[in-house]
Design a protein. Structure first.
Length: 88
């Protein structure tokens, strides 16, 4: 295999990884968003994060509209506010 072919193959593998990651993220969020409105209620998030309190939910809901948007959800994860309880 020449260098150009190897570079193209590497790019193809990288793109496949991105597509798989995006697909997995979409599947995970669709499991959380049970009513399909594109936002997350406290009850929907508690299904995945049982220890989530109303106070923490309010912190994640940055615009205070009572629903967590996908952007607010990601920010909550990045800020460590959404932590899956360990089974132990």
């Amino acid at each position: 295999m020449n260098t150009d072919s190897m570079n193209r193959f590497g790019l193809l593998i990288s793109l496949c990884g991105v597509v798989m990651a995006v697909s997995a993220a979409g599947t995970a969020t669709s499991r959380i968003d049970t009513d399909g409105d594109g936002r997350y209620s406290l009850d929907e998030l508690r299904a995945l994060y049982p220890a989530l309190t109303a106070a923490t939910y309010a912190r994640i809901d940055a615009d205070g509209d009572g629903r967590v948007s996908p952007g607010e959800f990601r920010a909550g994860q990045d800020d460590g506010l959404l932590v899956v309880a360990s089974g132990g």
